[in-house]
Design a protein around this ligand. Structure first.
Ligand SMILES: [Zn+2]
Length: 196
């Protein structure tokens, strides 16, 4: 049987990753280590690397049920199975399919944690989206500054909801370009609706 996601969450909920790729308890980290917490809140499910897709569920739901029924995140092995890694919560990390495919798969866990740390600091979902959206606008020949100012009143929660709807986040990995393209479509639809 697969390791329960709530058990994986519980194990990591009090852990942080330091700048040098070490795993420590949150309370034991010093300011100089600039550690990032692995998880944030018990009812917020998102990739522990890029933080995509930041989806929040009803506060009333039991967090154990919530984690165990999640279908968005993969159980990534820190020490690969083929190199003797087991299925204990300490050797599993919850990642989106994109990050799972890209994360280093070596016998040195430090590679894995340094990569996670870098992703959290420099390549989280929202930062990536901005770079990718600029590229997508260039590909599609859209004046992004004009689109952004026309759509500036759009509610971020609405964007999030529509992205999940349009990109089928419940399925397998989606390329970053499809997310970026979908963002353009959502903004354009929003602007078109404002004009009606
Ligand atoms: Zn991810």
């Amino acid at each position: 049987m697969k390791t329960k996601k709530y058990d994986i969450y519980s194990y990591w909920s009090d852990k942080a990753i330091t700048k040098s790729g070490e795993v420590k308890r949150i309370g034991e980290c010093t300011d100089g280590e600039e550690a990032v917490k692995v998880t944030e809140l018990p009812d917020e499910i998102f990739c522990w690397a890029c933080q995509c897709p930041p989806y929040r569920t009803a506060d009333t739901e039991d967090s154990k049920v919530l984690w165990n029924k999640d279908t968005l995140l993969d159980r990534a092995h820190i020490l690969p199975r083929s190199k003797g890694g087991d299925d204990s919560p300490a050797n599993l990390f919850l990642l989106c399919p994109n990050c799972h495919a890209e994360a280093p798969d070596t016998t040195n866990p430090r590679n894995f944690f340094s990569w996670i740390y870098y992703r959290r600091r420099h390549e989280v979902y929202s930062q990536l989206s901005e770079q990718e959206v600029r590229r997508a606008a260039e590909i599609r020949g859209i004046d992004l500054e004009r689109l952004f100012s026309a759509a500036s009143g759009m509610d971020p929660d609405q964007m999030r909801a529509q992205l999940i709807e349009r990109c089928g986040l419940h399925g397998g990995a989606i390329s970053r370009s499809s997310k970026a393209m979908a963002i353009l479509d959502i903004l354009e639809d929003y602007v078109a609706r404002q004009r009606l």
